[in-house]
Each structure stands twice: as C-alpha cells, then as structure tokens.
Design a protein around this ligand. Structure first.
Ligand SMILES: [Zn+2]
Length: 369
C-alpha cells in the first residue's frame, strides 16, 4: 500500500536535521510554508535568531479559528549509538524511524495534512490557525517570540500535536527553572579559615532543600509538584577556597500554583545567602474535563479509534504554556500521533497507523468547528 500524504510529509520533515541546539528550523519551516502557501494559507514567518524560524499560517473567514500547534526542532541524538540513520526516516514494519519522528514531526505533518484535506470547509468557515514553532525543546523560545511579534488571532480551541499516541491529555505541569548562586570569599586552601567557602554554602542550601514542602494540593491527574537539583558547578582548583558556586533547580508545578509564590517560598527556604535567578518560567496548563469542547474531542477520538478517553495529563511541558499567556480561557488538548515513550529516545520511531489516525481525528475536529 502506498504511504499516505501525512506519512510522506513526516518522512520529509524527519530527513531535515533540526537538532536543537543549534536548531536550524528554517529548512523544515520552508517545506511547510510551501505546501500551506500553495493551499491559500496566509503566512507569517518569524525568526528569533538567524535560521530559527517559526511559522503562523491562517486560513478561513471571521473569528475563532481552530488552532493547532507543534514544534519542528528536536532534542540531540544522545550518547548511545543509533541502530538506524536518525535522519533516514526509514520505514520498517509500520514504523518511521528518526529523531523527531514522534516528538513531533509526525504531529505537525498530521495537522498540516488534515487541513489540506479540509480546505473547502476551512475557507468557508472560521478556518484554522497553525502555530509551528522553532526552539520549543529549549524552553518554548519560538512560542515566546511569537507572543511578542506575530499576529495570533484568538482561537476557539487549541490542539497541541505533541506525542500522546492519540490519547487525550488535558494539560501538563508548569516548569520553573531557577539558578542558585552562592558567593563566598576565596583564600588559600591551606588557610580555609581566611575564606568563606561557596561550595559549602551551596551544599548546605541543597541539603536543606530535601525538606522543602510545596503548599499545594495534589492534582487529580498531574499529581504532586516536584523539585530536582539538576546541576552544580563551583571551585577553580583543589587548593583554593571557592568563592563561587551555582546550582540549578527544576521545579514542576501543578494548576493553582503561582510561580511567583513558589519562587518566594524557595528563596525563603534556601536563605538570603543564595541568590536565585529565573532561567525558565512556563505555567501549568489545564482544561476542565467538563468544558463542552472536550466532549467533542472525545467524540472525535471515539469515532476514529473506538476508544473512550479518560482524563490524563502530560509529564512534559509544551508550547501551550506560552500560548495560553495570550489565549487565556481557550480550551487546550494535547493529542498527537507520536509515541510518548519514544520522545527523546535512541532509535526514536512513530507508528504509521497512528499518523493516519491523527489525521482522521483532526479532520473531525475541523468539521466540528
Ligand atoms: Zn515535543
């Protein structure tokens, strides 16, 4: 059987190396801009750095388009060797292999193809708004840039095509990344009493963080907020008292937590001898399962796959966290054809049948708007 257009588009995108860093998303975006421009979409390209291109594509009349979002950058290949060419997009036993196949070039290809399959309906109605970003994997850089500089019509709803194996996820945790810096006083290592050891200060604060408790309730689907110390760096050599030490904290928050409050609580806990500065701040995303549009999404999935979907959430964050800053109150689902377990893995693949299934689900959502 001949592969579908969405499958072929996925393979085309996987063959373009968009490992971030450095990203170089422009080539991928130009492929998509080509097909969408030919189909009559109005295009807006936006670069937050040379070659780091995002695309906003709009078709339809009037207000309240249905929005789809996805990113075209990928994470690096990792240290383990691949058994396939990570940019080969080989098809083996119903799978497409390659970096970004699941996370999330299949998702982008599926919603682009669903729109191309429904052009007449989109032109006549409120249409669609596609937000295809660069730089998502390093903290939603492209999406934050679009918020500042691109025309983002308010949509009726937002579909994030990140990998869920076509399950419905109603949101995800937020991420607050902080750098903690301890500043001490240097001295000869043989006379430590003359200095103030910054590594010791940082180590004390980090040990104390083990007792940090969030003042937040457990979220029914997302669970507890979490805190992880990810890196620590300090000291120049073995025989000096270090005057500088920094560590990074990865906090994952649940809906209802304000990041300003969380940051203040962490600052109070580590004490004033640790300076805290923000590295990333993306709020949690959650749509109430009782929202009427969610029932429509559940129906679209049921009609396509025969599955009834419960309420679940993602462990990773998505560009929806940034986009919701412009689109408060817009219902969001995360629903895409990639395999969530394959994201960021060696020998990443996606299933061809899920791509075609996602196209059918997205077409139903377009028909329902
Ligand atoms: Zn992703």
């Amino acid at each position: 059987m001949k592969p579908s257009a969405a499958t072929e588009l996925t393979r085309t995108l996987v063959r373009i190396d968009t490992v971030n860093p450095p990203g170089n998303e422009r080539a991928c975006i130009e492929v998509l801009a080509g097909v969408l421009g030919d189909a009559g979409f109005a295009l807006h390209r936006q670069e937050f750095a040379p070659g780091r291109t995002s695309l906003v594509a709009r078709i339809g009349k009037g207000e309240w388009p249905l929005a789809f979002t996805g990113h075209v950058d990928t994470v690096p290949l990792g240290h383990a060797p691949w058994s396939v060419d990570p940019f080969g997009a080989e098809m083996i036993d119903g799978r497409i292999y390659g970096r970004g196949a699941s996370d999330m070039k299949a998702g982008v290809a599926a919603f682009v193809q669903a729109c191309l399959n429904r052009l007449d309906a989109l032109r006549a109605g409120p249409g669609a708004l596609l937000v295809i970003t660069a730089g998502e994997e390093t903290g939603c850089e492209g999406a934050f840039d679009l918020l500042q500089n691109a025309p983002l019509a308010l949509p009726s709803a937002l579909v994030v095509g990140e990998p869920t194996a076509n399950r419905i996820w109603l949101g995800h945790k937020g991420a607050l990344w902080l750098r903690g810096t301890a500043r001490g006083v240097t001295a000869h290592g043989a006379m430590p009493e003359k200095g103030r050891n910054a590594i010791g200060m940082a180590a004390g604060a980090i040990a104390h963080l083990a007792d940090f408790r969030f003042h937040a309730c457990r979220h029914a689907a997302l669970g507890q907020p979490t805190l992880n110390v990810g890196t620590i760096r300090g000291g120049l050599n073995i025989n000096s008292v270090p005057d500088h030490c920094e560590f990074t904290l990865d906090l994952r928050t649940v809906p209802g937590q304000a990041h300003a409050d969380v940051r203040a609580a962490v600052a109070a806990h580590v004490g004033e001898h640790i300076e805290l500065s923000p590295l990333l701040d993306v709020p949690p995303v959650w749509t109430d399962a009782a929202h009427p549009w969610i029932a429509r999404v559940q129906q679209a999935v049921r009609e396509t796959t025969g599955r009834d979907e419960g309420i679940a959430g993602a462990s990773y964050f998505t560009d929806a966290a940034a986009l919701q800053l412009a689109w408060a109150e817009v219902p969001v689902v995360i629903l895409g054809p990639g395999e969530p377990a394959m994201a960021h893995q060696t020998d990443e693949y996606c299933l061809v049948e899920r791509i075609d299934e996602a196209v059918a689900i997205y077409e139903r959502l377009i028909d329902g708007t």
